[in-house]
Ligand binder design. Structure first.
Ligand SMILES: [Zn+2]
Ligand SMILES: [Zn+2]
Length: 362
């Protein structure tokens, strides 16, 4: 019996080895296997995000400016029926969307929260990616005061690059209009005010002020779609506006910074002769929210699900996850608090109070 098993295993191993050697040496076989893999990738595209009767959030950047191999910089895709918007376009947004199979040709607009590089730096690739995906019209960009300046800078910086694409592939594939950004300045008069920047086909987008001083104004956004809702803090210290505009929201996406971790990092930087980095790490918490503060805000707003995104510093493993989430289970049911990650997909079907949580990994 034992000998039969060993013989069978040896035969399997030999077949495996022969297949591997063939794959590495036979050109036709390589092409065939690659074609199959490509077909599987293309057919697993997330086209259905446009068709579902739900509000869907796909996290395309849950990190911050500190380099994180697992998390790109700020980006969340919002699908409301067939309407697709991006909240922030941090570096890495477009490749992350592409790797997840999210078709970007139907992108209708971008909502910028403020102009730190980790929220805007990926816009050039987002334009190119969605343009190549079939978007023909200029891309609308909403943002606080300063949006005209930033948009004009990007339009200028990418003018040559985009003209090359049209010259090479022709205006049928890359019509010049598709490369342009159109700025829409959002002026919120005071902390007590909000501005509805869009209300069409069941989708309402509301902007409100958050507190990221000295970076001001900085915006948060609330999305309502046929009875389902989500609120996004952008970057902020703990602010009452997340409670004011997040009342009874289905999903609260809140930024968070763990001083438990940055405090130790600052000590290590000091000890290793990097005082600049140590000082930056000590100053960063002054413009962000602690995880426990975000949890209390979510509780006060009665948010059904809290998701941390724009996670500072990078949380690289289970040990750091434990440190980041330390003590939170004492103030909120851990089943209703998620540490965001790239690929997280939340689906909120219309006519229900359910939140379906899944991960897009390709
Ligand atoms: Zn910021
Ligand atoms: Zn940021």
């Amino acid at each position: 019996m034992k000998r039969t098993l060993i013989t069978a295993l040896a035969i399997v191993c030999l077949f495996g080895l022969a297949a591997y050697i063939a794959l590495m040496n036979v050109a036709k076989l390589q092409d065939k296997v690659f074609q199959r893999a490509m077909l599987a990738k293309v057919s697993s595209s997330r086209e259905s995000l446009y068709n579902s009767d739900s509000l869907d959030l796909v996290f395309c950047g849950s990190g911050s400016p500190m380099p994180d191999p697992k998390r790109k910089q700020a980006c969340i895709a919002v699908f409301a029926g067939d309407q697709f918007y991006l909240i922030d376009t941090g570096p890495g947004s477009a490749p992350r969307l592409s790797n997840m199979g999210v078709p970007t040709g139907g992108l209708k607009g971008v909502l910028w929260t403020h102009y730190h590089s980790d929220h805007i730096g990926g816009i050039g690739e987002v334009i190119l990616n969605s343009w190549a995906g079939g978007r023909k019209a200029p891309l609308d960009i909403w943002g606080p005061a300063g949006v005209e300046q930033v948009v004009s800078g990007f339009n200028q910086a990418y003018a040559l690059e985009f003209s090359y694409r049209t010259a090479h592939h022709g205006p049928g594939i890359f019509p010049a209009d598709g490369s342009r950004l159109i700025p829409h300045r959002v002026d919120v008069p005071s902390e007590q005010d909000s501005v509805i920047i869009l209300d069409q086909d069941g989708l309402k987008i509301t902007a409100f002020l958050v507190d990221h001083r000295p970076i001001e104004p900085a915006l948060g956004y609330r999305i309502d779609y046929r009875g389902r809702s989500a609120i996004f803090s952008g970057d902020t210290v703990n602010t009452p506006n997340m409670v004011r505009y997040g009342k009874d929201v289905d999903v609260m996406v809140h930024e968070a910074l763990s001083t438990t971790i940055t405090g130790i990092m600052a000590q290590v930087m000091d000890a290793s002769g990097q005082p600049n980095r140590a000082n930056i790490l000590r100053e960063v918490p002054a413009i962000h929210t602690l995880p426990a503060e975000a949890v209390r805000t979510a509780n006060e707003a009665n948010a059904q699900l809290l998701v941390f995104s724009h996670i500072v510093p990078p949380v690289l493993n289970r040990l750091m996850e434990k440190m980041f989430m330390r003590g939170l289970d004492e103030i909120r049911d851990p089943a209703t608090t998620l540490l965001g990650f790239d690929g997280l997909h939340l689906s909120l079907p219309v006519g229900s109070d359910k939140i379906q949580v899944s991960a897009i990994n390709r």
